[in-house]
Design a protein around this ligand. Structure first.
Ligand SMILES: C[S@@+](CC[C@H](N)C(=O)[O-])C[C@H]1O[C@@H](n2cnc3c(N)ncnc32)[C@H](O)[C@@H]1O
Length: 324
């Protein structure tokens, strides 16, 4: 009987001290304006700010489609972001392109011009986030990338490369000359993931898809958190949207504080966190390889109709070459 009781107590202790799925650290999500949120947060408190602001391109949650409003908002945000960051902390600003009447503005160029005027901010990487799906353009090349500008506050900063290494293509590669000739040349933990990240974007069939028009993938933020925020560090997102960054912080066991101006998105983000707390894995694992269809899959085979069309074009091209 006593043994039974002792083992029951032991089990309860374990449950109390290491809850399986509940975030170990605090996750705070509020309905608030980003500028107010940033001006109220304790100065020098954040290890990492990671966010994707409104692009002013007419999404349902945006009140402006004006480039000057975008610039004005970023001019007001810049000093507040620096104030909130710890010395040595990181600011990761995820942004895409503004397309109007076919004219493309790379929004990170505008952001860089503004953020780099803050004397304490130093740009460390312009990360290209590339993905396979999106609108097919007919008058320019289809857009398949956005960027993340990574700045640090000051010159001393932490960068945990080992936490984000990825498998090498040729792990068995060896030095072919010099004193280390014949020895393995790679890092046993994997290689630097580089500044080009191929991570599926969150479209209709994605496991993370909720009712928000502009989600970024959880894995994108997870990699930034692993590399740039210490264990138990604080992560902020002032434009939280559906809560992807909060989900990433919860999985990676960092504290988190974020806000969105729309109550419906705040509710959505809280719902996603509640699911994580219940142990649901409604996110794409960070190390899941990109799907490559097998050559035998029906959708991967070239339909005869397409083949004929291509051969027809090919014949036409040969004929016109002969005639010229
Ligand atoms: C690009 S989305 C962020 C999406 C988010 N990264 C995700 O994965 O769901 C920008 C968000 O900023 C919010 N927003 C717009 N203006 C805001 C403001 N002044 N303060 C706070 N949030 C704002 C919008 O409601 C929108 O959800």
């Amino acid at each position: 009987m006593r043994t039974k009781l002792r083992s029951l107590l032991k089990q309860q202790d374990i449950r109390k001290s290491s809850p399986k799925n509940i975030p170990a650290t605090s996750i705070q999500i509020n309905k608030q304006d980003a500028l107010k949120f940033l001006s109220e947060i304790a100065a020098s408190s954040a290890d990492l700010i990671v966010s994707s602001p409104p692009y002013c391109i007419g999404k349902v949650y945006e009140t402006s489609v004006s480039r000057s409003d975008f610039i004005d908002m970023h001019e007001r945000l810049a000093p507040l972001l620096v104030r909130a960051l710890k010395r040595g902390g990181s600011l990761c600003w995820q942004i895409g392109h503004h397309v109007s009447n076919g004219a493309v503005t790379p929004l990170d160029a505008l952001v860089y011009a503004i953020f780099s005027r803050q004397p304490e901010l130093v740009l460390r990487n312009r990360i290209i986030w590339t993905f396979a799906h999106g609108i097919h353009a007919s008058k320019r090349f289809s857009g398949r990338h956005e960027t993340v500008l990574w700045f640090t506050k000051g010159d001393e900063y932490s960068f945990n490369l080992d936490a984000v290494r990825v498998p090498q293509k040729y792990p068995g590669k060896r030095h072919y000359k010099g004193p280390r000739k014949g020895k393995l040349s790679g890092n046993p933990l994997g290689k630097n993931p580089s500044d080009v990240w191929d991570i599926p974007n969150v479209k209709a069939n994605h496991v993370e898809k909720v009712d928000h028009p502009c989600q970024f993938p959880v894995a994108l933020v997870q990699r930034l958190i692993r590399a740039l925020a210490p264990k138990n560090g604080l992560v902020l997102d002032p434009f939280l949207g559906s809560g992807s960054s909060a989900v990433a912080a919860a999985i990676e066991r960092r504290s988190f504080s974020g806000c969105d101006i729309h109550g419906a998105y705040v509710k959505m983000a809280k719902g996603r966190i509640a699911k994580i707390e219940q142990g649901a894995k409604h996110y794409r694992p960070i190390d899941q390889p990109i799907h490559v269809p097998s050559a035998t899959d029906a959708v991967a085979r070239l339909p005869t109709k397409f083949q004929r069309k291509r051969e027809g074009l090919h014949d036409k091209a040969i004929r016109s070459k002969r005639q010229s």
